[in-house]
Design a protein around this ligand. Structure first.
Ligand code: G3H
Ligand code: 13P
Ligand code: ZN
Length: 332
């Protein structure tokens, strides 16, 4: 058993309480490799922002679970080396799909886990989430549950339509499971194609697609039922057009990719939404930078010469999110 406390990590409890009180959200950035982790830590350390390092089941399989744990421990040491005296870094399992996976993460140094039973019948979701909470809380590990289904790929289950969270269920779910935070569905979705062109309107001036608004009425109803309870938004990448354009310019093919407008995320961050999940934007930043170098410097074959600029681009992206979207700068 490796305790996250011995690795210098923190759980989400205090992070979320401060975020709700302060009207901002903590960034949850997914990572799979060293360059993403370096960029996240540099951005968080320089911005003095609490940060959640998010690891999916796929990332764990890709990078190796043991190596990931040491990378997270290394991240704390790196943050201190960068001058962040008291780093507020959480290591979180994203979309855990079984008790065994959550237990394995808890036993290996994770400070927080998500158990995603959102695709299960309600009573099964309650039972599974409670089982994880009962185990996790023995070690002061925090647990995120989910109610409602997001469109897109979630938990290796692909859904082409979403089901908004039913505000009538949230009190019962939170009370019976004892979860520490709740991911809800209000119209966000995973990946770089969050809406079909048919779901959008076109701006007559620019010709650009304008996505439908998020269901803030559902968020308001959830907050009314569970005042002060930490709410999580998945699928919150904005799919910056400049990355999509660069990727397409240099041989990529991402037609009509579209994300969540930043104004909507800014509004959400000021509410009880205290964790905002971003993965796809980092993938786009990395891909845009690498494609540009491959196309403009075809003689380059030193990975540092294309992964280095990709890392710099991701760092710029993370800082932008922290400062201009989530408002978590200076909070740690
Ligand atoms: O919510 C999904 C995350 O973006 C992780 O994606 O399972 O491809 O690592 P992944
Ligand atoms: P995006 O695909 O919008 O980045 O969402 C990531 C996410 O929700 C990870 O759990
Ligand atoms: Zn997610």
């Amino acid at each position: 058993m490796v305790s996250y406390k011995d690795l210098g990590l923190v759980n989400t409890r205090e992070m979320f309480a401060k975020a709700i009180e302060g009207g901002y959200a903590v960034p949850a950035f997914n990572f799979n490799n060293m360059e993403q982790l370096q960029a996240i830590i540099k951005a968080a350390a320089e911005e003095k922002s609490p940060v959640i390092l998010q690891v999916s089941k796929g990332a764990r399989n890709y990078a190796n679970a043991t190596l990931l744990r040491y990378m997270a421990q290394g991240a704390v040491a790196y943050a201190k080396e960068l001058g962040w005296e008291n780093p507020q870094i959480c290591l979180h399992l994203d979309h855990g799909d079984s008790f065994e996976l959550c237990k394995s993460c808890i036993d290996n140094g994770f400070s927080s886990v998500m158990i995603d039973g959102s695709h299960l019948p309600y009573e099964e979701n309650v039972a599974l989430t409670k089982q994880v909470v009962d185990y996790a809380h023995q070690f002061d590990v925090t647990v995120e549950g989910e109610l409602g289904v997001l469109a897109g790929v979630e938990d290796e289950v692909s859904s082409d339509h979403h089901t908004y969270t039913d505000p009538e269920e949230v009190i019962d779910f939170a009370t019976r499971t004892g979860c520490d935070s709740l991911a809800i569905s209000i119209g966000t979705s995973h990946g770089a194609y969050k809406f079909t062109p048919e779901q959008c309107t076109r701006d007559p001036k620019t010709g650009k697609l304008v996505p439908p608004p998020l269901a803030f009425d559902v968020l308001d109803a959830v907050m009314e039922k569970l005042p002060g309870f930490p709410i999580v938004l998945h699928g919150s990448s904005s799919v910056p057009q400049e990355y999509v354009d660069t990727i397409n310019k240099y041989g990529g093919k991402l037609p009509d990719a579209i994300g969540i407008p930043e104004e909507e995320l800014r509004k959400a961050a000021k509410s009880a939404v205290c964790k905002i999940n971003i993965d796809s934007d980092s993938r786009l930043a990395m891909t845009a930078a690498v494609r540009e170098i491959f196309a403009t410097k075809p003689g380059e074959f030193d990975p540092r010469k294309y992964l280095g600029p990709a890392r710099d681009e991701m760092e710029r992206l993370y800082k932008h999110k922290i400062e201009n979207v989530l408002g978590s700068n200076g909070k740690a």
